[in-house]
Each structure stands twice: as C-alpha cells, then as structure tokens.
Design a protein around this ligand. Structure first.
Ligand code: SAH
Length: 237
C-alpha cells in the first residue's frame, strides 16, 4: 500500500466529464493551471522547468476512482462496443486511478499568493489532484517507430461548428473574460462529445455542456453542430 499526497490541483475550464477531450493536445485552446499546495508551493521545485516545452502530469482520476475498475473496458475509439484489456487502454476506470497527460508548459508565476503553473492542451477536470510533474523528454518519450493500435491516429475533426446569432452575441459579451472561448467551444464540439455509439449521427436532442461557469447549449444537424446558446450556469431551463 502507498499513500500519495497531491502536490496541487488543476484549475481547468472543464467542470464536468462530458465533453472533455479524450486525450491532451486535441484541444490546444484548453488552457488551465496547476495550483501548488502546501510544501510544494515552492518555486525551488520548479527551478529550470522553463527549459522544457512540454510536461507530463500524473494525476488521480478523482471523479471516477471510487467506481473501481474491471479487467476489460470499451474504448470510445472502438465505438464503445468492443472490449480490450484495461492495460491496453487509457480508460479512467483502472486500478489505482492514475492518469497521465502530456501538456504544453506555458510558464509559472506567483498570483494572488498562489504558485501556479500554466499549461495548455489540458484534458483534465477542474479540481483534479496532481500527483507528480515530470519534464517530457523528446529523446526518450517520443518514439518515432511506435505503433498506435486501435488508436493509431487522432480522431478526425469531422464536424463543422457554427454559432447562432444569440450565441455570437454572448461570445462578444464574454470576450473580455474569456477571449479564447469561441476557439475552445469549437475545438471541443468538433470532436463530437456525444457518447461513442452516437458519434457522427444526426439527432434532434439539445445538448448542454459546461465550460468555466457557463452553460453551452448545442444541437446536431446532418452537416454539423450549432451552438444555440451560451449562458451563465444556474440559468437552467
Ligand atoms: N490523458 C489521460 C486521460 C485519458 S482519459 C490518460 O491517458 O491517462 C480522458 C478522459 O478522462 C476525459 O475524457 C475526461 O472525461 C476524463 N477525466 C479527466 N479528468 C478526470 C478526473 N479528474 N476524474 C475522472 N475522469 C477524468
């Protein structure tokens, strides 16, 4: 048995699991930060980290860890139907609930009494506990001859994303607070965050997802997705 002490936690635009990209880097506009806690809020721990363009984050799948694991899982990449072994997958449901993401290093700063490290291309839920950070080492970690099995290539961005007039207005009103919001919403939705078995199908449901403190409502049409409304969370209809 081990006991891990988190070194900090993540602040991210993703406030719910639904619509989080399935790997880091798929949505470069997804910026977030690691907020260091306790004895780890010490800039000495970060000395020379600016030399590295990318970092590995090791973290706890805190939202799903209590649900345990099973020997086989159904990866979205296989349409959520076929089963593979948990160790042949990047499923969140795994023994010890530990996740691994390579992110862009956007630098650290002291802000409002906190030590924060900015990262890009994040695929983590807001509040995710960070267990460790290591530099990404291209000579060791980037393996040109590696094969990617059933996830050989990144999922295609097949969906065109458009914004209704009301959504456009909301984006304009929010531009000062969230300058990259249009980019983030587009990048998240063009991956079609619906359950794997629904992917790329038209349907007539209105979907909602949360980003920051906002609710984003969208619909699927045969030729793409439309963002219908963007409103503060809590204004649910
Ligand atoms: N890059 C990581 C994560 C892959 S799974 C790895 O390979 O280990 C990606 C999914 O993790 C996302 O779709 C998101 O829904 C989920 N996720 C992100 N943060 C989480 C958290 N703190 N707890 C549970 N699930 C989380």
């Amino acid at each position: 048995m081990f006991t891990f002490t988190p070194i900090g936690y993540v602040r991210s635009p993703y406030r719910q699991k639904f619509a989080i990209p399935r790997q880091p880097g798929l949505v470069p506009a997804a910026r977030g930060e690691v907020v260091f806690t306790g004895e780890f809020a010490d800039p000495n721990c970060l000395r020379e980290i600016e030399q590295f363009s990318h970092l590995w984050l090791l973290f706890r799948f805190h939202e799903t860890a209590a649900r345990g694991w099973s020997p086989t899982v159904q990866p979205p990449r296989l349409g959520g139907k076929d089963r593979v072994g948990v160790f042949a997958s990047r499923s969140t449901f795994r023994p010890n609930g530990i996740g691994l993401s390579a992110v862009t290093n956007l630098g650290w700063e002291h802000r409002d009494g906190e030590l924060v490290l900015q990262v890009g291309g994040l695929d983590l839920l807001d509040g995710t506990p960070i267990i460790d950070i290591k530099p990404y080492l291209p000579y060791a970690d980037s393996i040109a001859a590696a094969t990617g099995g059933y996830a050989e290539t990144a999922p295609g961005n097949a969906f065109a994303v458009t914004f209704s007039a009301a959504a456009d207005e909301a984006l304009a009103a929010l531009a000062a607070t969230y300058p990259d919001l249009r980019q983030l919403v587009t990048a998240v939705l063009e991956q079609d965050p619906r359950p794997a078995w629904r992917q790329r199908d038209p349907d007539d449901k209105q979907y909602g997802m949360s980003l920051y403190d906002l609710n984003i409502k969208w619909r699927v049409y045969p030729d793409g997705l439309e963002v219908v409304r963007i409103e503060p969370a809590g204004l649910e209809d």
